[in-house]
Write a protein that binds this ligand. Structure first.
Ligand code: CUA
Length: 309
C-alpha cells in the first residue's frame, strides 16, 4: 500500500500543497514554542546561576513584528484555502453534467444520454465534470480521495461540485458521512478514460432514452403538458426558455430558474408561485422520484435551448 494517495485531478496538487504548507507552518510554530520552553526550563532551573534581577523592558518592535508576521501567514493560509474551496463550487460553463443520486446504501449515477450506473462512474479525462447530487433518504457524502473532493449529499435539494480528472485509471469512491448500517459498504469505482474510449463506453451503454426523451415522456404521462403545454398560458406559465431566466414571483421577489427552482416548483408548487398566476398546481412530492425529477428537469432545460436556437 502506498503512503500517499495518487493525485488524479487538476485540483489535487493544490490541495496537497496547501495541506503541506499548513502542516509545515504548524510544526514551525510548535517547534519555536517548544524549544523556547525547554531552553527556559534549563536556564532558569532551581539553583542555576543566572541573573534574575533585570526587569525586561517592553520591546514594541519585536512584539508587533511577531504578531504581524504570524497574522499575515495564517490569514494568508485562510485566504488560500477559502479560494480553493470556492473555486470547487464554480464549474466552468463547458462542464459535463452528471447526476448522482444517493440512497441507503448505493450510488446511482446518470449521464445526459441516459446511461445509468450503480456504484460506478465513468468519466472522460481532462474534461471538467459537474456533479449534481441529491439523496433519496438521509445525508450521504460523495468523496473521491484521489481527486481531493468531497461534499455532502442532502435529501430534498441539489448540491453541485466539479473537478477535472487528469489521469486515466480506476479510483475509489466513498461515502464519508455515517448514513446507517451499511455505510461502510457504500463504495464505488470511478473509471477515468481517454476521450475516444469514453465515447465508446457511452455508445456501448447507450439507450434510446436520453434524459431529455424520457423526461418528455414523463412530462406527458404526469399531465404536465395539460397546463404547461405549448399554446395555452392561461392557467400556467409556459416553460419555453424558462431555464436560466429570471422568474417574477407573486410575493414580489425574482428568482433565477435553475435546477433547484424547477425541482422545488414540482415538489412544492405553492412555495414559489409565479406572479399573476393562481396557486393551483398540485404537488408531485411522493409521485415523482429523484431520478424522474432529473429527467423532467433535463427536459425543461432542453425547452430553454429550443428557444435560443
Ligand atoms: Cu452513505 Cu455513508
Amino acid at each position: 500500500m502506498k503512503f500517499w494517495l495518487p493525485e488524479a485531478s487538476s485540483n489535487a496538487p493544490e490541495v496537497d500543497f496547501l495541506l503541506l504548507a499548513l502542516t509545515l507552518m504548524a510544526f514551525a510554530v510548535l517547534a519555536l514554542v517548544a524549544l523556547l520552553m525547554i531552553r527556559f526550563m534549563f536556564r532558569y532551573r532551581a539553583g542555576s546561576k543566572v541573573d534574575r534581577g533585570a526587569i525586561a523592558k517592553k520591546t514594541w518592535g519585536v512584539e508587533s513584528a511577531w504578531t504581524g508576521a504570524t497574522l499575515l501567514v495564517f490569514f494568508g493560509l485562510f485566504v488560500w484555502g477559502a479560494n480553493l474551496y470556492v473555486r470547487q463550487f464554480q464549474p466552468p460553463a463547458d462542464a459535463l453534467t452528471i447526476y448522482v443520486v444517493a440512497k441507503q446504501w448505493m450510488w446511482k449515477t446518470e449521464h445526459a444520454g441516459g446511461q445509468r450506473e450503480i456504484d460506478a462512474l465513468h468519466l472522460p479525462v481532462n474534461r471538467p465534470v459537474r456533479l449534481m447530487m441529491t439523496s433519496e433518504d438521509v445525508i450521504h457524502d460523495f468523496s473521491i480521495p484521489a481527486f481531493r473532493i468531497k461534499h455532502d449529499v442532502l435529501p430534498g435539494r441539489y448540491e453541485a461540485m466539479w473537478f477535472r480528472a487528469d489521469r486515466p485509471g480506476t479510483y475509489d469512491l466513498f461515502c464519508s458521512q455515517f448514513c446507517g448500517t451499511d455505510h461502510a459498504k457504500m463504495l464505488g469505482q470511478v473509471v477515468v478514460m481517454q476521450g475516444p474510449d469514453f465515447q465508446q463506453w457511452l455508445q456501448r451503454n447507450g439507450t434510446s432514452d436520453t434524459l431529455v426523451a424520457s423526461g418528455r415522456a414523463l412530462f406527458i404521462r404526469n399531465g404536465c403538458d395539460g397546463c404547461h403545454g405549448g399554446r395555452g398560458t392561461v392557467r400556467a406559465p409556459s416553460l419555453n426558455g424558462l431555464y436560466g431566466s429570471p422568474v417574477p414571483l407573486s410575493d414580489g421577489t425574482t428568482v433565477i430558474a435553475d435546477d433547484r427552482y424547477i425541482r422545488d416548483s414540482i415538489l412544492m408548487p405553492s412555495s414559489q408561485v409565479v406572479a399573476s398566476y393562481a396557486p393551483v398546481m398540485p404537488s408531485f412530492s411522493g409521485v415523482v422520484g429523484e431520478e424522474d425529477l432529473i429527467r423532467l428537469i433535463a427536459y425543461i432545460k432542453s425547452l430553454a435551448s429550443d428557444k435560443q436556437s
